[in-house]
Every structure is written in C-alpha cells, then in structure tokens.
Design a protein around this ligand. Structure first.
Ligand code: MG
Length: 161
C-alpha cells in the first residue's frame, strides 16, 4: 500500500462560482484560480500523485497553461488518475477534509463523494469528504479562502498478483 497527502488553498472572491469536488455550491463568492479552482480536486490530485511518487499538480498540469483556463478540475483529476491507473495503481481509499467558514458544505458532501468515486472508478464507500470550520480563527475563519487536505491510499502494482 502507498499513501499520499495533498493540500490546497484558494482565495474566495466575488464573481466566481464556488466549485468543490465538481459540485457548484450556491454562494456569493467563489474560489480564485486559473482552472475552476476546485481545492478539493486539487488536494486529491496531489495526494494521488504523492502516493505514486509522481510529482505534484503544478508539475503535471502547469499553473498557467492557457488551454486549461477555467478547466474543470474533475477533468484534471481524471487525467491524473488515468496516468496512475495506466501504471497499475488501484485506489484503496481517499479521504479529504475541507476547511471553510462558510458556506455550510454538509448538504453538498454526498454529491462531491459521488463525483470523485465516479472519476476514480471506486465505490462511494472508498471515498470520504468531510468539512469543518476554523471556528472564526485566522484567514480561513475570516472567510478569506477555503483549504482542503486529502490523503489517498493506493494499492502498489508491484504487490499485486
Ligand atoms: Mg489549487
């Protein structure tokens, strides 16, 4: 088994959709970034790549490729996972925690889990997405941005029959 960790953060700004785990969450602000700035997908990509010692999202996709302006990060996740799948890896499970003071994300978590499980081609019982706040402390607590931390456990192809 191989384990990877990923972390991402994006600033909340007016005039952008708030997309997390491929779910558009109704909110007056969205995350700023070159792609759709989906911090959950980005953290998960880094966790998956990390588990396979496959670099990171910046190295894989660049940070300012014009072809990826506004790109759906679910598609980036699909691409990243595709390269690992082709190397024989399987997802054992993934787990992520979103850190956001607002909006309340709980009602949207099942949709995120369904999206991620679909892309990773695993059952929803292998995908966990949680959300919590910073209890008013610091930049997350002030609503300046949203962060996500993710871990991924992969079955190592070297250990498979
Ligand atoms: Mg990011």
């Amino acid at each position: 088994m191989r384990v990877g960790v990923g972390w991402d953060v994006h600033r909340l700004v007016p005039g952008r959709p708030l997309v997390l785990g491929g779910v558009t969450v109704p909110f007056p602000q969205g995350l700023e970034g070159h792609s759709d700035a989906d911090a959950l997908c980005h953290a998960l990509i880094d966790a998956l790549l990390g588990a396979a010692a496959g670099g990171d999202i910046g190295r894989r996709f660049g940070v300012d490729d014009p072809a990826r302006a506004g790109a759906s990060s679910l598609v980036l996740l699909q691409e990243a996972w595709g390269t690992l799948k082709a190397r024989g890896y399987r997802v054992l499970n993934v787990d992520a925690t979103l850190l956001a003071e607002a909006p309340r994300l709980a009602p949207h978590l099942p949709g995120m889990v369904a999206n991620l499980a679909g892309v990773l081609e695993v059952g929803m019982d292998r995908v966990s997405v949680k959300a919590t706040t910073a209890k008013g402390m610091g930049w997350i607590g002030a609503g300046e941005g949203i962060a996500c931390i993710a871990v991924a456990a992969l079955a190592d192809p070297a250990d498979l029959p």
